[in-house]
Design a protein around this ligand. Structure first.
Ligand code: PSZ
Length: 485
């Protein structure tokens, strides 16, 4: 059942299982009350009178939470495999992060939050250079932003600006007509252009990015959207090794549709300037596509003079075993833009020099990121390197995947389709109700997990999630499936 690659991987990483990365963690989850418990319920009532709080699951004690364990307001201790929607790289209260703002210079960067586009600190170029040289996916420039949605949103603007500059000709001035028409939303200044995205994608909730999000109606209903092309993303059958031919067909069919949509939207008068794609569709159900799919997609984009934006907001930061998930794909050149946020703490994107607008003030806002968050990111990167956390992710991920495959075999009527890279893993329940039941039962046993798509359970642990945490998770998951049986 285990693939050879998985076994070899396991051997390679065997050495990592032994030592414990986080000191002072509890040994296991402890559940004392219903979740949410009485305190959380009371706080929920309070919050609900102030704002819409229907999404709140529980209140958290961030003083007591530690490592991979989240402690809630009722003192329940949960093993966290979801980590603040995949945005907590080193778990709770990591000792190195607790030290960061003891440094007076760092503290002053935090409290004197600058408008970075106008008055950056005198250490800003050096700090950005450090980030670029440490983690850039071979792209020379970086634009910092606030969150994932606003990174994608502004990256779209860079794409449109560059696309039009190429069309107009380098160094050609804007015409008077372009200048006057754009301020009233009309062409030629506000041209009809589009960004192609994929069904089931999630790229954010702000207006532009929402036009490329297609995972759930509740994100979109009542909100006007751009008429932009939406291609089908491959839907693979698992295990991959046994369904190779069919999955290759999926790739071909989807890529053919991408080509057709380029033509269709050109004819419609809304040419495609760029494609946005997640390396693994996350909110939409942890849908993977092969390296070959992404290689071909890049080729098609280039052939059509469109730019490729890879959205690594959820996949970036090491959880797939490489710092960027698309590094698994062996692309012939780096993508034009790679957006990030979540585990990176700060939003933004790496991009080619071509993507930089020639005129100032075209991609701009008040804060343009946050030096305080970049300082945290520097320490995160340092810890990832020093503690070899990518290796840890590969080791833990292999153990988790093997465990999930075993559960699949034992409980084939309930779960199937284990997939993913590193600890960025998912498994399907046979339907949505069963998936929801699994998540609820896991929580009652002290495991905070998350769902995605219509019937998937997804794992998004911190990079410090180790084999012994994986074993606790797998053990509780097994108990849950047994109870269902
Ligand atoms: O319900 C929501 O709004 C959620 S739940 C998880 C996300 C959003 N993920 C955010 C996300 C993402 O996964 C990808 C691939 N791209 C962009 C975004 C948007 O990031 P934020 O939420 O920072 O705007």
């Amino acid at each position: 059942m285990w693939s050879r690659a998985l076994r070899n991987n396991l051997k390679l990483n065997q050495i990592r299982g032994a030592s414990t990365i986080v000191k002072g963690e509890p040994e296991a989850p402890v559940v004392k009350t219903d979740i949410p418990g009485p305190k959380s319920k009371q706080l929920l009532q309070e919050l609900g009178s102030l704002q819409q709080a229907g999404t709140v699951q529980m209140f958290v004690n961030y003083d007591k939470s530690i490592g991979n364990y989240l402690v809630d307001a009722d003192d329940n201790i949960l093993l966290d495999t979801y980590t603040q929607i995949s945005s907590l790289p080193l778990g709770y209260n990591h000792p190195e992060l607790l030290k960061v703002f003891n440094d007076q210079h760092n503290m002053k960067c935090l409290i004197n939050r600058p408008a970075l586009g106008v008055f950056p600190g005198d250490d800003w170029p050096k700090r950005l250079n450090g980030i670029l040289s440490e983690i850039s996916p071979k792209l020379p420039n970086i634009t910092t932003m606030m969150c994932g949605s606003c990174s994608n949103e502004n990256a779209f603007k860079n794409i449109f600006i560059t696309y039009q500059r190429k069309k107009r000709g380098e160094n050609v001035e804007f015409t008077a007509e372009e200048k006057s028409s754009c301020v009233v939303n009309q062409p030629p200044g506000a041209p009809k252009l589009s960004i192609m995205s994929f069904k089931n994608a999630f790229h954010g909730r702000t207006l532009g990015s929402l036009s490329t999000t297609h995972s759930k109606y509740i994100h979109k209903i009542d909100i006007p959207s751009f008429d932009w092309p939406i291609a089908t993303f491959p839907q693979y059958k698992y295990p991959l090794e046994e369904n190779q031919r069919e999955n290759e067909e999926q790739d071909k069919k989807c890529l053919a549709e991408v080509e057709e949509l380029f033509e269709k939207y050109e004819k419609k008068g809304i040419p495609v300037a760029g494609i946005i794609v997640e390396p693994i569709q996350s909110e939409g159900g942890d849908n993977e596509a092969s390296p070959q799919f992404f290689q071909q997609l890049q080729k098609i984009a280039k052939k059509n003079n469109a730019y490729l934006l890879i959205d690594e907001v959820q996949t970036g930061g090491g959880c797939t075993g490489k710092f960027w998930c698309h590094e698994h794909f062996n692309l012939e050149t780096p993508p034009d833009i790679v957006t990030f946020s979540k585990k990176m703490q700060m939003g933004g994107y790496f991009h080619t020099a071509e993507m930089t607008p020639k005129q100032p003030s075209r991609v701009f806002n008040t804060w343009m990121g946050d030096p305080g968050k970049l300082i945290i990111l520097e320490t995160v990167i340092k810890v990832i390197k020093e503690q070899k956390l990518l290796e840890n992710v590969l080791h833990t991920g292999t153990m988790l995947k093997i465990g999930l495959l075993e559960l699949e075999k034992e409980f084939c009527y309930y779960v199937n389709s284990t997939r993913g890279r590193g600890t960025f893993l998912a498994i399907n329940a046979t339907d949505s109700n069963l998936r929801d039941e699994i998540l609820t039962k896991l929580k009652a046993k002290g495991i905070q997990s998350g769902g995605c798509g219509t019937k998937s359970v997804r794992l998004r642990p911190a990079l410090i999630f180790q084999e012994h945490h994986a074993n606790i998770f797998l053990d509780k998951f097994r108990q849950v499936l047994k109870e269902i049986k």
